[in-house]
Design a protein around this ligand. Structure first.
Ligand code: SF4
Length: 157
């Protein structure tokens, strides 16, 4: 049995509400980056950790305790989510610190099949900037132009 952990991106899950359906679906169906395990070896998802947010100056120090927490449960392999692999500027630093601190741990780059990089970047750019579909903000409430649902639909506050 392969005991598997997943390291995901805080931005895509916490800010963009990704529920990791692609990661879990591919693990369940042994597709994407889960095809290399022997067919007769059951895959056991032990736990999921996230990077803790873009770490800037502290770099990979943010993740080692999280990886240690999974190691305490005896994982054999840690998969980086495909979004992390494709977009994260700290991926190399994460790899370096894991290889140094946990040399016995197998790191697999990816979970589900990779996206078309340019299209994926454009989509993420829109999710971050929200220029095409601008959400309502506190200023909409302050300036009494907020649109509401339910009783009084779309009346000004
Ligand atoms: S450090 Fe990388 S994985 Fe973490 S939130 Fe930033 S981009 Fe995502």
């Amino acid at each position: 049995m392969a005991r598997i952990g997943i390291l995901g991106c805080d931005s895509t899950t916490r800010q963009m509400n990704c529920v990791m359906i692609g990661c879990f679906g591919n693990l369940r169906e042994r597709k994407g980056s889960f095809t290399d395990y022997p067919a007769d070896e059951p895959l056991d998802l032990i736990g999921i950790i996230h990077c803790g947010g873009c770490p800037t100056a502290v770099g990979a120090d943010r993740i080692w305790q999280k990886v240690q927490a999974l190691m305490d449960y005896g994982i054999d392999a840690l998969h980086f989510t495909s979004c992390l692999v494709q977009l994260c500027p700290f991926k190399g630093a994460f790899l370096e610190t894991i290889r140094k601190d946990f040399p016995s741990l197998t790191v697999v780059e990816g979970t589900h099949p990779f996206h078309d990089l340019e299209a994926f970047k454009n989509g993420v750019r829109e999710l971050v900037s929200q220029r095409a579909v601008t959400p309502q903000r506190m200023n909409d409430l302050v300036f009494k132009r907020i649109k509401v649902t339910g009783p009084g639909d779309n009346e000004e506050a």
